[in-house]
Design a protein around this ligand. Structure first.
Ligand code: ARG
Length: 262
């Protein structure tokens, strides 16, 4: 047999084998399952214990992440989390790139002009963090004229800017603000209290501490597009259900070690 002929018969054999295999596969194919609808959720995933990346599994974990997954389940939707900068969340919602945000985001009048917020899902507030060995900065009043690190676009940044003569350094993420404090580049960080406490506890209290009374009382909400109230309504319903059936409390206790305030 000529080389050409061998090559040709090999080719024919291949075509036959694959062709038949293809037929077999087709007839054995199970009926298609309808895929669950996807809920695209944006979050700045560097804000433990609300949203952060698990070092080992690389998954996004935290109170907000558990809550939004439970809400998605309740609504029969598959949640897909997209990580982005905090100050990019509302623009992403407005552009229709995401359906919702859960990002320890405080419900403010300013933001409510641009997005729909769900009912509050977590009570928070701002506190200040100073170096563990600092004994001069005790209250927000003591921050006058001092160097303060904040995260861009946050309520912490807004409040810090109101402090007289303070020099504000803005960072993309909260961990970067904490790093600057550790490095001695600033005197304090103004940020959400539960996040500050978590950071300090993680570091074993060696580097930093919170001092003084909380500066504000704030409510976190999930935000959706202004274009429709339907999704916010659905999320509210799911949230209510999770509060009734004990699931919300379970998630709260898991991350904060105590029951949610009534
Ligand atoms: N609660 C603050 C605010 O809404 C800070 C939120 C920052 N969240 C985050 N995932 N980095 O402005």
């Amino acid at each position: 047999m000529s080389k050409k002929l061998i090559a040709l018969s090999v080719l024919v054999m291949f075509v036959l084998a694959f062709g038949l295999a293809g037929c077999g596969q087709q007839s054995a194919k199970p009926a298609e399952q309808p895929k669950p609808k996807v809920l695209k959720v944006g979050s700045d995933t560097a804000f433990a214990p609300f949203e952060f990346q698990d070092e080992k599994s690389k998954e996004y974990v935290g109170f907000d992440m558990d809550l939004i997954k439970a809400i998605g389940k309740q609504m029969g939707m598959e949640v897909q989390v997209q990580s982005m900068n905090f100050d990019g969340l509302i623009p992403a919602l407005e552009a229709g790139n995401i359906d919702a945000t859960i990002s320890a985001m405080t419900i403010t009048d300013e933001r409510a002009k641009k997005v729909n917020f769900t009912k509050p899902y977590y009570k928070s507030g701002l506190s200040m963090v100073v170096k563990a060995d600092n004994n001069t900065l005790k209250t927000f009043k003591d921050l006058e004229g001092k160097r303060i690190a904040v995260q861009i676009g946050t309520t912490g940044a807004d409040e810090a800017k109101k402090i007289k003569d303070a020099k504000i350094r803005e960072f993309n993420t909260a961990p970067e603000a904490f790093m600057e404090l550790k490095a001695g580049g600033v005197d304090a960080v103004v940020n959400d209290l539960p996040v500050n406490e978590y950071y300090i506890a993680q570091a074993g209290g060696k580097d930093a501490k919170t001092v003084g009374e909380p500066l504000t009382s704030e409510d976190y909400g999930i935000a959706t597009s202004k274009k429709s109230t339907e999704l916010a309504d659905k999320i509210n319903k799911a949230l209510e259900e999770l509060k009734k059936n004990g699931e919300y409390e379970k998630i709260y206790v898991k991350w904060f070690g105590k029951k949610p305030p009534q």
